[in-house]
Design a protein around this ligand. Structure first.
Ligand code: PXP
Length: 242
């Protein structure tokens, strides 16, 4: 792959499986096919309620993924100790509210600094690289790059929340561009994700070319129903490499 990476989030293959508590469709097979189509990372989100991926999936993904495995989860004791055992390549810490439909926003590093720091320290000690999912808000980016925050914690990446942009707030492109420049200037790599599709991705890539990684799930799995997973993944790779 070229300079930018596509992380394919396979959660919603598991959502379909869990809808019937069946053995199929298998998100592990989806991960293998996504890699074959050119994905540079497989992403999944393990939640307290296991509504999509579960321990079995992550254990198998850890074995079969040949690129890198990025697991999103909340900074809870349950998840941190699970990741200390399973040791994915990367963890992206996200906030989680039990009955939310999907992740509702980025971490608030101004109010939750201690919990996030403690989680990052433990994950990093287990050899797991850490990314923090935050809104494109200068105060949050500044909090991440404050040496008292990231120093020694193993946090080398942020993922900017693109949900507001994806909902049609075009003005968020400039907030994303500013946040990306702020983070990059301070030596932190920048990923982006949430709500991205084959229709809204090109404008973001053009407006913020320094985003190095995109994590995209719901739209890929949805489009795969009609065009197949291989085409859905390849189409997005073409857009992010443009
Ligand atoms: N990045 C993060 C941090 C997320 O929480 C999610 C949703 O799990 C995604 C990316 C993927 O979002 P979507 O499924 O809307 O593409």
């Amino acid at each position: 792959m070229g300079i930018r990476r596509l992380g394919v989030n396979i959660d919603h293959v598991a959502t379909l499986r869990q809808a019937r508590r069946s053995a199929y469709p298998d998100p592990v097979l989806a991960a293998m096919l996504a890699e074959q189509a050119g994905a540079a990372q497989i992403t999944c989100h393990i939640r307290g309620d296991r509504r999509h991926v579960n321990e079995r999936d992550i254990r198998l993904l850890r074995e079969v993924v040949t690129t890198q495995l990025n697991v999103e989860h909340a900074a809870t004791e349950e998840m941190i100790s699970l990741m200390e055992q399973l040791r994915p390549h990367r963890v992206t810490l996200v906030p989680e509210r039990p009955d939310e439909v999907t992740t509702e926003g980025g971490l608030n590093l101004l109010t939750n600094a201690e919990a996030v720091r403690a989680a990052a320290r433990r994950l990093s000690a287990a050899g797991v690289r850490v990314s923090l999912f935050i809104d494109p808000d200068p105060a949050q980016v500044a909090a991440v790059v404050d040496p008292s925050f990231i120093g020694g914690l193993g946090v080398d990446m942020i993922e900017l929340n693109t949900a507001r942009y994806a909902e049609g707030h075009i003005d968020d492109l400039s907030r994303l561009a500013h946040a990306c420049a702020q983070a990059k200037g301070l030596g932190v790599e920048v990923a982006a994700g949430h709500g991205l599709t084959h229709l809204n991705l090109a404008a973001l890539v053009k407006a913020v070319p320094d985003i190095i990684e995109y994590n995209i799930g719901h739209s890929i799995v949805s489009r795969a129903v009609f065009v197949g997973l291989d085409a859905a993944v390849r189409d997005l790779i073409r857009i992010i490499q443009a």
